[in-house]
Design a protein around this ligand. Structure first.
Ligand code: NAP
Length: 318
């Protein structure tokens, strides 16, 4: 009975992605000023987008805006949906060869006529600020990372800035994508966590995730991770970004806190939710990231950090 009372009164502490992102940006800003003062170099990010996927357009716009705010020069190459693979490869080759471009970002997904792997492999690894090139993936897997994908790198920053102990912790990553799950697992392993990776074929997901002191969820299914998946007191990092339009689903996810989200749906037609059921997680987890306001903001901050790192490393090599 007593345990039940504790459970119902419990409320997980929210990990503030905005605060951590702002701190990272301050550091990046200082490095940009140093680069300008010492080398007369202003870092430059070239963002390439093909087609008119609305979500991609928003992502690229946000990245460009963040660059402008912090003092990174940026270029936005918006190509038509009919662009051929060889045309895109030609643009990437030009950007690779340009001395004034430090980072290259090709927004995924690409239209079906373009093979993503061919484009990812064409980007100069020294300008690969997304960390998707096999050379950078390999270096990360060997425990000697140079450019690390921005979302998992941001999650590590968030954990470290909140003094969450990774060494020795049981960490579980749900999702094994190239951009989140796999690099996340590598980064946790490198910091001495005992890492388990789950995916759609995992038998009895809850039995595995329940063991985790640190649970990172990157699936893409709204609220799939509920209270029964979470170890009491665990740190839960919710990477998911899913659009929910149904008021009933919002009520089920947010319980008493649903009113604000229902207003958002009425205004915008949808609300963004993670892969973790927030009201259930609040009853069990020790700490968790909100959606929005958690991991998403860190992803952009880490892109800025990687761009400045690319600018510095290239100058050191030359
Ligand atoms: P993805 O490439 O679609 O991968 C999803 C992963 O989840 C796969 O490994 C899949 O397993 C696994 N999965 C699917 N259903 C499952 C289930 N029922 N149980 C256990 N595992 C399951 O997705 P992603 O690119 O990693 O993105 C995941 C989510 O994070 C999406 O909502 C995306 O929008 C979001 N995201 C957010 C940010 C950010 O900045 N906040 C950045 C990137 C992604 P299989 O491998 O077996 O198919």
């Amino acid at each position: 009975m007593a345990a039940e009372n504790i459970t119902t009164e419990h409320h997980a502490q929210l990990l503030d992605g905005a605060l951590a992102a702002e701190e990272i940006k301050q550091q990046v800003r200082a490095e940009i000023e140093r680069l300008l003062a010492e080398h007369n170099v202003q870092p430059c990010l070239a963002a390439v987008r093909v087609g008119d996927d609305p979500a991609s357009a928003v992502y690229v716009r946000n990245k460009i805006k963040a660059c402008e705010e912090i003092g990174i020069r940026s270029e936005h190459h918006a190509l038509p949906a009919t662009t051929s693979q060889s045309e895109l490869l030609a643009l990437v080759a030009t950007l690779n060869g340009r001395e004034d471009v430090d980072g290259i970002l090709v927004q995924l997904p690409l239209p079906p006529q373009i093979e993503e792997t061919a484009i990812v492999e064409a980007v100069d690894p020294a300008k690969d600020v997304d960390g998707f090139h096999p050379e950078n993936v390999g270096k990360l897997a060997m425990g000697a990372p140079v450019f690390v994908p921005c979302t998992p790198a941001g999650i590590i920053e968030l954990l470290e800035r909140n003094q969450i102990q990774i060494r020795g912790a049981n960490a579980c990553v749900v999702g094994r994508s190239q951009i989140v799950g796999r690099p996340m697992a590598q980064l946790l392993l490198q910091r001495d966590a005992t890492v388990t990776i789950c995916h759609s074929r995992t038998r009895d997901l809850a039995a595995v995730t329940q063991q985790a002191d640190i649970l990172v969820v990157a699936i893409g299914r709204s609220g799939l991770i509920g209270g029964a998946h979470i170890k009491p007191g665990a740190v839960v990092i919710d990477v998911g970004m899913n659009k929910v339009t149904e008021p009933d689903e919002v009520r089920q996810l947010f319980g008493e806190q649903a009113a604000k989200r229902l207003e958002v749906i009425a205004k915008r037609g949808y609300t963004l939710v993670g892969d973790v059921n927030p009201s259930q997680a609040d009853e069990v987890a020790g700490k968790r990231t909100p959606v929005p306001g958690g991991v998403g903001l860190l992803t952009i901050a880490m892109l800025l950090k990687n761009t400045v790192k690319a600018a510095k490393l290239r100058r050191q090599r030359n």
